[in-house]
Design a protein around this ligand. Structure first.
Ligand SMILES: Nc1ncnc2c1ncn2[C@@H]1O[C@H](COP(=O)(O)OP(=O)(O)OP(=O)(O)O)[C@@H](O)[C@H]1O
Length: 575
């Protein structure tokens, strides 16, 4: 239930609209009951041929009540829907804001399709919370109490029959729906997530699935997931329909009971017969207001489930949030101090980094090399505050990363990740991801520096850069980084797909651009590292060797052995 706190908070923020909608709903409810009661009374009165003015008064009352009912119903709908959509928008913004800082961790835990289903489906489910869970009982109770006071003035017995009807429609019928709903138990949501996951995987992995001949099987699974979802939705809809049918049955049963009790009271002489039609009409109308109670449990369970899952998805954000008020300045190159840092991915049995310490002075050029999986890329994630170290501290310009505002870290850093993302749009759009101001000449110059003279700024780039070669994607990502004005360069294997000559040219351009800045380059290849101030060799989450190129070669240790293997592989002359 705590998970729904976010909804209660959103409701509080929309209290003005909510109060107006409750007021509108209450007036519409009692105006409806009064309208039909007055109609019933008018029909009965006509039998006694009353004076014309009596009929005129009652007819005018009926008309006025009709108008009042329509106007207040309009107001109720207007305010309740406005409150709902404002709450929904608040919810989306809050959820998104919480999601952003923890995105890497979340993608780690969830399959992207499932995450997509959660974000879209669960937030949408919460829109029903106010309209179909919190709101109907309030209106039903208020209208019912008013009707009770009114009917008890004519007969306490008929009021008692209405109480029984109220208990049946507001407690027993919803209870039965709830039992049915528990059985369905969120299966619709699970199936929806499964279908979304299947769709995303088939979409992203289409080419590989086709080549490996797995496409028909996956398509079959996809079809199966769609059919199961439809069946589960059908069951859920049947359950709701059953609830609504039971409600209608109870409503008519109570109206017949009012008729029977009323007839008996008239025979007994304790009720004036002229009021019977009025009381029957009142009983029929009051239960219209309670109709929403029949489907309330289903929506309540749906909202609770959705809120719990959203909480589960973003919940950790609250726990890990630390006051991050300090900012990195772009006026100076950035120093890096990593002290005894250990990092372990969630659910992994061994740490990716183990008590790692390193110092990169401001303006220095460092390369990290080492075996695949030794933890190189993890260091970049930690520096960018995309992940939080399990132990140890990281400082940029002597300020703890935890205390630094992540936006300021990202703004002062020129990053090229192993898999840079490209958006559907032109080359220009993909170069200028921020509001940076560059002339076309400047953009073309950077493309040329990155050995991409063949690309025009107006050329289209498909989603994920599908129409570019891996080497072109890397050079475009580098060009993007070159256009940033950060003082720290974090480059994760930025040239791994380039041929030797192009790689050397590109690296030289990068070093020229970063002369005054701090640069951290991760790579597998050991060529061109002579220009680096420092080379760190990593293995199994630890730095096993460090020094300048000549120092490491002299030492004839790990780096030297790696270099020897590389020479053998590229067929260079013996050492
Ligand atoms: N998202 C993740 N979830 C769980 N474990 C991960 C994740 N990313 C990396 N790892 C693990 O952490 C360890 C270090 O990974 P990392 O990507 O930092 O290595 P790397 O040296 O950059 O490798 P490569 O040179 O192949 O890019 C590896 O054992 C890897 O399996």
């Amino acid at each position: 239930m705590n998970d729904l706190a976010i909804m209660s908070k959103a409701m509080l923020q929309e209290r003005k609209d909510i109060i107006f909608s409750i007021l509108g709903g209450f007036i519409a409810g009692i105006a409806g009951v009064a309208l039909f009661s007055a109609s019933g009374y008018m029909i009965s009165q006509t039998v006694f041929a009353p004076p014309l003015y009596t009929l005129i008064i009652i007819t005018s009352m009926v008309k006025l009540l009709g108008l009042l009912r329509a106007a207040s119903r309009y107001g109720e709908r207007l305010y309740s829907h406005r409150a709902t959509f404002s709450m929904l928008s608040r919810l989306r913004v809050t959820f998104f804001a919480r999601l952003i800082p923890i995105t890497p961790g979340i993608l780690n835990k969830n399959r992207s399709g499932d995450l997509l289903a959660r974000i879209v489906g669960d937030v949408e489910s919460l829109q029903h919370y106010f309209l179909r869970v919190a709101y109907p009982p309030m209106i039903a109770l208020l209208v019912f109490l008013a009707t009770m006071v009114f009917t008890s003035a004519f007969s306490i017995w008929i009021a008692c029959v209405l109480v029984v009807g109220m208990l049946l429609t507001a407690v027993i019928v919803p209870g039965i729906v709830l039992i049915g709903q528990r059985k369905i138990n969120g299966r619709v949501r699970e199936q929806r997530a499964l279908l979304s996951t299947e769709v995303t995987e088939v979409l992203y992995g289409f080419r590989d699935l086709k080549i490996y001949g797995q496409l028909p099987e996956r398509e079959q699974q996809l079809g199966q997931a769609a059919v199961t979802l439809t069946k589960e939705q059908q069951k859920a809809a049947d359950n709701l329909l059953r609830g609504q049918s039971m409600h209608t049955f109870v409503t008519f049963f109570i109206s017949w009971s009012v008729l029977a009790v009323g007839a008996w009271l008239i025979i007994e002489g304790t009720l004036n017969g002229v009021f019977l039609a009025m009381l029957i009409m009142a009983s029929m109308t009051v239960f219209e207001e309670v109709a929403a109670m029949a489907t309330l449990p289903a929506y309540k369970q749906d909202s609770e489930h959705a809120a719990a899952r959203l909480h589960e998805t973003v919940g950790s954000a609250d726990i890990e949030s630390v006051q991050s008020s300090k900012v990195l300045s772009n006026n100076q190159a950035i120093s890096i101090d990593i002290d005894q840092v250990t990092f372990q991915y969630q659910d992994e049995w061994r740490p990716a980094l183990q008590e790692l310490s390193l110092h990169l002075s401001a303006g220095s050029k460092t390369a990290i090399v080492g075996a695949s999986g030794s933890g190189k890329s993890t260091i970049i994630d930690l520096l960018l505050k995309l992940r939080v170290p399990t132990k140890g501290s990281i400082k940029l310009n002597n300020m703890s990363v935890q205390e630094l505002d992540e936006q300021s870290i990202w703004q002062t850093t020129n990053v090229v990740l192993q898999q840079g993302h490209f958006f559907r749009g032109t080359v220009r759009d993909n170069l200028l991801l921020n509001d940076e101001q560059y002339s076309d000449e400047q953009l073309v110059e950077v493309l040329n520096q990155m050995q991409l003279p063949q690309l025009r700024l107006t050329d289209m780039v498909y989603e994920k850069g599908e129409n570019l070669s891996d080497g072109e994607k890397q050079r475009l990502a580098l060009a993007r980084a070159m256009l940033r004005k950060g003082r720290l360069w974090l480059l994760d294997e930025p040239t791994s797909s380039l041929d030797y000559v192009t790689e050397q040219r590109v690296l030289q351009q990068l070093l020229n651009s970063a002369t005054e800045d701090t640069l951290l380059l991760i790579g597998h290849r050991l060529t061109g590292l002579e220009k680096m101030d420092q080379i760190l060799v990593m293995d199994q989450g630890k730095i096993v060797e460090s020094g300048s190129y000549s120092e490491l070669m002299e030492k004839q240790g790990y780096f030297y052995e790696m270099k020897k293997i590389e020479w053998q592989m590229i067929g260079e002359a013996a050492i």
